[in-house]
Ligand binder design. Structure first.
Ligand code: F6P
Length: 326
C-alpha cells in the first residue's frame, strides 16, 4: 500500500452546519500525520475547473463555530458525465492529489462512487453532511442536530402566538424525501400531528387526528416535511380551512434558516470525530466508503449502500406523537 501524500478535501451538494468543523478536523489531522492537504472549492465543479487551494493549520482557524462551508458548495451537471469526471481526474493528478475526502449527502456519494470505480488510484472516503439525516451508515449526519434545534426554537415561538390567538399552525420543515426533521422536532415541540414523505399520509387521516384531539385545546401545531404527498404546508392549510372554516389557520414555512447557523456542540463533536476518522481511514487503505457513527463507534459503509433510505421511519416516533398530543 503506497502511503497517502496529499489529500484533496471538498464540500458538495447542500451545505449543513458543522461542515466547517469537519473541514478543520480533516485539515489538522492530515497535518498531524504529515500529509499535505488542499481545499477544492465549489465541490465537483471546482475539481473540474482546478479551483484548488493549499490549506494549513491557520487556514482553518476560527471556523469550528461557523455555519456554511468555507470551501463553498454546489452541484455539478458536468461531473455526472464521464468526460467531466475525466477532467476532474486530470486536475487532481496535476495537483498531485492521491486521496479525497468528500463532505456531502446522497448526490455527493453517488458521484464519489462512480469516480472511485473509474479511477481507483485516487482513494476516496466521504463524511455524511446533510441536515436531512437520511443516510444509511450513521445514526446522525453532520448538521442534523443544529437544524432540529433551529426548528424547535422557531416553533416554540410559533406556539406562543398560536396559543394567544387560539390558532392552528401548519409548519413546513425541510426534507424533500425525508421526514427525519419533522419527526424529531414534532416530538420536541409537542406537535398535534406530523406528516412525512415516508408514510402514506392523506388529508383525511389528518382530519381524523385533529378531530380526535381535545376540544378545549387552544393551539394546534401540525409539522409537515416539505416532501409529504398531499402537498406542502399551503396545500394542507387550504384543505383544513375548507373542512373547518372555524379554525383560525396559519401557515409557516421555515425554509433555509434550517440550513444555517452556529453548529451545536453535538454537531461540532460529530464533525471532529468523523474528520479525524476519515484521514485515518485513508491512511489505513480505505476507499469507496462513507465514515459514520453507529452506536457511538466509527463505522464504514460502502458508498452504494449509504444512499438515502426513504422508508425507514421509526414507527415509535409516530406513536409517541399520537400518544402525547392528547
Ligand atoms: O438536502 C437538504 C435539503 O435541505 C432538502 O431537505 C431540501 O429539499 C433541499 O436541501 C433544498 O435545497 P436547495 O434549496 O439548496 O436546493
Amino acid at each position: 500500500m503506497t502511503p497517502i501524500k496529499k489529500i484533496g478535501l471538498f464540500t458538495s451538494g447542500s451545505d449543513s452546519p458543522g461542515m466547517n468543523a469537519a473541514i478543520r478536523a480533516v485539515v489538522r489531522t492530515a497535518i498531524y500525520y504529515d500529509i499535505e492537504v488542499a481545499g477544492i472549492r465549489r465541490g465537483y465543479e471546482g475539481m473540474i475547473n482546478g479551483d484548488i487551494v493549499p490549506m494549513d493549520t491557520k487556514s482553518v482557524s476560527n471556523i469550528i463555530q461557523r455555519g456554511g462551508t468555507m470551501l463553498k458548495t454546489g452541484s455539478s451537471e458536468q461531473f455526472k458525465t464521464t468526460e467531466g469526471r475525466k477532467l476532474a481526474y486530470d486536475q487532481l493528478k496535476k495537483n498531485n492529489i492521491d486521496a479525497l475526502v468528500a463532505l456531502g449527502g446522497n448526490g455527493t456519494f453517488k458521484g464519489a462512487k462512480e469516480f472511485g470505480e473509474e479511477y481507483p488510484d485516487i482513494a476516496i472516503v466521504g463524511l455524511p453532511c446533510t441536515i436531512d439525516n437520511d443516510l444509511r451508515g450513521t445514526d446522525f449526519t453532520i448538521g442534523y442536530d443544529t437544524a432540529i434545534n433551529t426548528v424547535i426554537e422557531a416553533v416554540d415561538k410559533i406556539r406562543e402566538t398560536a396559543e394567544s390567538h387560539d390558532r392552528l399552525f401548519i409548519v413546513e420543515v425541510m426534507g424533500r424525501d425525508s421526514g427525519m426533521i419533522a419527526l424529531r422536532t414534532g416530538i420536541g415541540v409537542g406537535a398535534e400531528a406530523i406528516m412525512v414523505p415516508e408514510t402514506r399520509s392523506d388529508i383525511n387521516a389528518l382530519f381524523e387526528r385533529l378531530e380526535k384531539g381535545r376540544k378545549d385545546k387552544t393551539s394546534k401545531i401540525v409539522m409537515v416535511a416539505e416532501g409529504d404527498e398531499p402537498g406542502g404546508a399551503f396545500e394542507i392549510g387550504r384543505a383544513i380551512q375548507e373542512k373547518y372554516p372555524n379554525y383560525d389557520t396559519r401557515v409557516s414555512v421555515l425554509g433555509h434558516i434550517q440550513r444555517g447557523g452556529k453548529p451545536t456542540c453535538m454537531d461540532r463533536v460529530l464533525a471532529s470525530r468523523l474528520g479525524v476518522a476519515a484521514v485515518e481511514a485513508l491512511k489505513d487503505g480505505h476507499t469507496g466508503e462513507m465514515v459514520g457513527l453507529i452506536h457511538n463507534s466509527i463505522m464504514f459503509t460502502p458508498f452504494g449502500q449509504s444512499v438515502k433510505h426513504l422508508h425507514d421511519v421509526n414507527a415509535e416516533f409516530i406513536r409517541i406523537v399520537e400518544m402525547l398530543s392528547l
